[in-house]
Design a protein around this ligand. Structure first.
Ligand code: PHE
Length: 456
């Protein structure tokens, strides 16, 4: 198998790779979906299950993607073909399709964050937050901000692995971390902070046995680590063999969880200090785009400043995620059609921008795309990945994970392979079966008259 093919782009540093992968992982899922799921799913009980899912399923799958990408030295289609043969290569198109579809609606939500940041600067947050959200979230404005966000994403991906993705990650990730911590510290000073923490983290032990909470924890662990669509695989294909994959993967998972956890320490105090709890329960999006701007508005000038930073954090987090989504599609087109990076990024980015107009005009379409691509296709991708890693190429993968790892990390490799072979497929298959039911129901409901808007 190739170690490093001549002429392939590479990351300039290991930190650059880790931050790019962490950038992909950290996004809207951390700042919005995680705190919401925790408050709904039994507080600390959800957090516990989520950590367990991340350890048992997330990290092994992340390492599978890392190992496959570095060994295959290509985007998903090329890597699966190189390691498993042409039939597996065709399976790789599923990953690319998932990335394409997720990007189309994810960039729409990302566009809303830009819009709110602009609101904070221009005229302050609206006093009727729900009405403002209705204006911002669907229609021509939403489409325009979506296209702007896609342009930013294309610009970075055109810059290449080192000059675009790595440079952006080295700049944006430390900035994001500082802002997230700063916001949480500020939130701790609010009068209602305590009550917010309680709602976020109060352990409801009974929820530990609730299958719905298990399912939510499993699917959030995949979404949050960007697994099942080949983004991590593609980033790892730009690595040299000296990188310590098990260590890098663990670092990425740790950062991803840390930022999600800290985000919750901001969101809930803000909402509870103003007694806006009612608007959280409606939908995941309610917390982020209605309750929070409402709270910021009520805080006057301070709220405007803090709100600006808050939505900038969201935009930055989303941007480092959209980069990885576009990179999967771009790199696949580059690999398969042998076209230049700028041409591939521009062509695929434009196609995504065009498709995204649909979810930008109609939040029901957005919700449906999230169910199909963001949940179901990622689960299917994860199942394929674990079967490929644990059964088809187990020995090669083991070799790849050992290369560059220090002795302590090397000792974990057999355990990781065993989990990928037996445990991950079993968990993912069960969750996938439930998700299929939910997804089919959502499709039926959509064509029968609209799905309730529950993205994420
Ligand atoms: N992990 C990102 C987040 O938490 C979302 C994402 C999913 C990005 C899948 C890429 C692929 O927001």
């Amino acid at each position: 198998m190739p170690s490093t093919s001549a002429g392939r782009e590479t990351f300039g540093s290991r930190l650059g790779f880790v931050l790019a992968a962490a950038g992909s992982a950290v996004g809207l899922g951390n700042m919005w979906r995680f705190p919401y799921l925790a408050s709904e799913g039994g507080g600390a009980s959800f957090v516990l299950l989520y950590v367990a899912m991340t350890l048992v399923m997330g990290i092994p799958l992340l390492l599978a993607e890392f190992g496959i990408g570095r060994r295959g030295q290509a985007a998903p289609v090329g890597s699966l073909r190189a390691l498993g043969g042409p039939a597996w290569g065709r399976v790789g198109y599923m990953f690319v399709t998932a990335g394409f579809l997720i990007l189309a609606y994810y960039a729409v939500i990302a566009g809303w964050t830009l819009r709110y940041a602009l609101d904070a600067v221009a005229n302050g947050f609206a006093s009727d937050a729900a009405a403002r959200f209705a204006e911002v979230s669907a229609g021509v404005d939403s489409a325009i901000f979506h296209v702007v966000f896609m342009l930013l994403t294309i610009l970075i991906v055109v810059g290449g692995v080192k000059g675009g993705i790595e440079r952006a990650s080295l700049l944006l990730m430390p900035m994001l971390l500082l802002l997230v911590i700063g916001l949480a510290l500020w939130a701790a000073t609010l009068p209602g902070a305590r009550e917010g923490y309680v709602v976020y983290l109060k352990p409801e032990i009974g929820e530990l046995l609730n299958p719905a909470v298990w399912r939510a924890a499993a699917s959030q662990a995949l979404f949050s680590l960007s697994l099942g669509m080949g983004g991590m695989l593609t980033f790892a294909s730009y690595l040299k063999r000296d990188a310590n994959l098990p260590q890098s993967g663990t670092a990425v998972a740790f950062m991803d969880f840390g930022i999600a956890f800290i985000a919750g320490l901001t969101v809930f105090p803000v909402i509870y200090s103003l007694g806006l709890a009612g608007s959280v329960g409606e939908s995941t999006v309610g917390a982020l785009f209605i309750a929070l701007p409402g709270a910021f508005e009520a805080m006057g000038f301070v709220g405007r400043v803090v709100g600006l930073f808050f939505f900038l954090v969201l935009a930055v987090g989303a941007l480092t995620s959209t980069i990885s989504l576009l990179e999967v599609v771009t790199a696949s087109v580059m690999d398969e059609l042998r076209v230049s990076r700028p041409a591939a990024a521009l062509a695929t980015g434009t196609a995504v921008a065009a498709l995204g107009v649909l979810p930008a005009m109609d939040t029901d379409v957005l919700g449906l795309m999230d169910k199909i691509a963001g949940e179901f296709m990622l689960l299917a991708g994860a199942l394929v990945l674990s079967l490929f890693a644990g059964w088809r190429i187990r020995d090669q993968l083991g070799e790849e994970l050992l290369a560059g790892a220090t002795a302590g990390w090397q000792r974990q490799v057999p355990r990781i392979l065993w989990v990928l072979r037996w445990v991950v497929p079993a968990i993912v298959a069960v969750v996938l079966a439930f998700s299929l039911r939910g997804t089919l129901a959502a499709v039926a409901e959509f064509f029968g008259g609209g799905v309730p808007f529950q993205p994420g």
